[in-house]
Design a protein around this ligand. Structure first.
Ligand SMILES: CC(C)(COP(=O)(O)OP(=O)(O)OC[C@H]1O[C@@H](n2cnc3c(N)ncnc32)[C@H](O)[C@@H]1OP(=O)(O)O)[C@@H](O)C(=O)NCCC(=O)NCCS
Length: 199
């Protein structure tokens, strides 16, 4: 069984942007607003797109992560986010005039078969986060992954509720996971959860 899984992971990792984007809708209408979505690897992002993506994640996460066990090391985070080989992005733009202007990225999900979803603050609760995570779930299913995993800070209550609403639950690899019937005495205290969705 292990050999089958590693073959699938290898295939998924080697897939081109075009193969990964096969079922990605190029446009989506959410709350009467039209958005478009595009899948790119890091080398296909312009420097302006990289700047906007960094701006969204830095605004969304810096304070939350700096005060946590994860920390916020800018260079380390940029290297991880924009890895030229392993990182792929689905970026979402608004395809009609919008208050914060033109053709600027409003949200993205970066995935390497783990992933990072970020929606700019004024564009939340449109369903963009759900749309992006749904795309990751569909790609993972198509490449025969067994589950989708993510890490979320416990202090990030909105994101935890978002993932719960999408059917994710605490994964057994989470440091403070308590198996059914066990007591939580031996559990390591920890400020984040690993959540998963079994496919
Ligand atoms: C978490 C995040 C990605 C959600 O994106 P979003 O586009 O606002 O989410 P959606 O509009 O698709 O929400 C889908 C459902 O999730 C739940 N949900 C989303 N945000 C929520 C919040 N802040 N509080 C409670 N429930 C929430 C709701 O059930 C929502 O459905 P509803 O709007 O019909 O009630 C977004 O808030 C974000 O980018 N946050 C900052 C970055 C971040 O924390 N990323 C996750 C790192 S682990």
């Amino acid at each position: 069984m292990a050999r089958r899984v590693s073959r699938y992971v290898k295939q998924a990792n080697e897939a081109t942007a075009a193969q990964l984007a096969r079922d990605l809708p190029s446009t989506v209408c959410l709350k009467d607003t039209n958005f478009n979505a595009e899948l790119k690897r890091t080398p296909q992002l312009s420097s302006e797109e990289r700047r906007v993506i960094w701006d969204i994640i830095d605004t969304n996460m810096r304070d939350l992560a700096s005060g946590s066990s994860m920390g916020w090391d800018v260079q380390e985070k940029k290297n991880e986010l924009f890895d030229p080989v392993t990182s792929r992005f689905i970026v979402v733009r608004c395809s009609e005039p919008s208050p914060d202007n033109v053709d600027i990225i409003k949200a993205f999900v970066m995935f390497k078969f783990d992933y990072e979803v970020q929606v700019a603050e004024s564009w939340r609760r449109y369903g963009i986060g759900r749309f992006l995570v749904d795309q990751i779930i569909q790609i993972a299913r198509r490449f025969k992954m067994q589950k989708v995993l993510l890490t979320v800070l416990k202090a990030n209550k909105g994101a935890s509720r978002f993932y719960t609403s999408m059917g994710f639950s605490k994964d057994e690899t989470s440091p403070d996971y308590v198996p059914e019937g066990a007591t939580d005495e031996d559990v390591e205290p920890c400020d984040y959860d690993i959540m998963s969705l079994v496919l």
